[in-house]
Design a protein around this ligand. Sequence first.
Ligand code: ZN
Length: 408
Amino acid sequence: MISSDNDRNNIVLSMRKTIMKTILKTNITVKDICDGFVYNELEGRGLFGLSGKLTIQPEYQRNYIYASDGGKREVFVIESILKGYPIGLIYFNQVSEDNLEVLDGQQRITSVGRFVNDKFAIKDENGMEQYFGGMAKDKKAKILETKLLIYECEGTESEIKEWFRTINIAGVPLNNQELLNAVYSGPFVTLSKEDFSNSQNSNIQKWSAYVSGSANRQDFLECALDWVSKSNIGDYMSRHRKDKNITELKTYFNGVIDWVSSVFIDVESEMRGLEWGRLYEAYHKKSYNPKNVSEEVQKLYGDPYVKNRKGIFEFILGGSTDTKLLEVRVFDDATKKSIYKEQTTKAEKKKESNCPDCALGHEANKEKIWNLSEMDSDHVTAWSKGGKTAFKNCQMLCKTHNQAKGNR
Ligand SMILES: [Zn+2]
C-alpha cells in the first residue's frame, strides 16, 4: 500500500487546524523533483532534489527502506506511475524561502529518483529487466512528465514535529525509535545514527550476534539507548539532545558487547535479543571462567529436558541455581495419573499416606490419602543432579512437600 486517501483527508483537516499555511501544488513533475537528485549509498538516504531546493530526507526521517525486501515497494512506485495511477499525496515543509523539506513522501520520491538514475530496474511486459536509461522515449517521457500532488506546508518546528508524531506515514508506520529520532532530532541523533543506523558499519555483523533487528529500522540504536539509559530512552535522548558527542553511548554499548563475548566464547542463535544490558548490570562484576562456562553451555544445549534455551545464559551467570529459567520439562498427565494410582494402592494397603514424605512424618497427615489434584509430580533424583524426566524418576508428593523440595 502506498497511501490511504481517507487518512490523508483526515491529516489535511487536522493540519489546517495546527499549521498556518498549506498550499496544494499540482504542477511539479517527476522531472522537476529528480533535477539534481542525490542518493547517498553509504547512508541509504535520498538527499536532494528540485535543483537542490528540496531536502529529501531531513535528519529526523528514517532511512530509505523501499529498497529492502527485494525492492518490491520501489518497483511498485514506478509501475504505478507507468500505469497512470496516483502515488498518493506528498507533503513538503517550507523551511525558508529557498528551502523545502519532505515531510511525508520521502520513500516514494527516493524511489523515483533512484529509478531515473538507473539505481534499479523494473520488469517490462516480456519479463525483461529494464533500467530507465534503456527505456523507450515515450515511456521515459511518461515518467518524467508525471505530475505529483504536493502539499506545501508552513509551520514551526514543534508544530511540524507534533504533526509528524501523530500520523502514521504511508506504507510502513514509523516505529518507536524512528518517532523518538524525529522528536529529539539534533546533533546527538545525527551522530548516533552515523554509528548505529548505518548498515555499512562493519561492526553490525558482530553486534547481530547479540542484538536482533536491522540498522535501517533503528534497532541497534534503540538497543544501545535502552542499555545506557536503563530503559528510559526518551528521557536520555532529551537530556543529551544537544550533545556533540556520543562517547557515553558508544562506550557503554561496546562495554556490554565485549563483556558478553568474553564470558560466552561460543555464539549461539538464542543469544540474539536477550536483555544483555540488564544482565551486564547484574553480573559484570562477578568473574567467570570462559572455558568452564562454555562447557556448561554445551552441556545444557545437549540436555533434552531444557525447554528454554534462551534461559541458559542467565542461569549460568546467576550460578546455575535458578532452574525456573530453563523451564525443565515436567511429567505428562498420563505419567502422573499412573504413578498416583500405584502409590495410592500401596499406601492404602500399608495404611499410610500416599505422599511418601507425609508417611515419614509424625503429623496428622501421616495416614492421609490425598486426591490427585492435591498432589504434584516430583523428580526422585533432581534434574539438576542428573535425574531424568522419565517414568522411573517420577513420584507424586502432596503440594506442601513438593514445594518444600524447591523447583527442580
Ligand atoms: Zn506430603
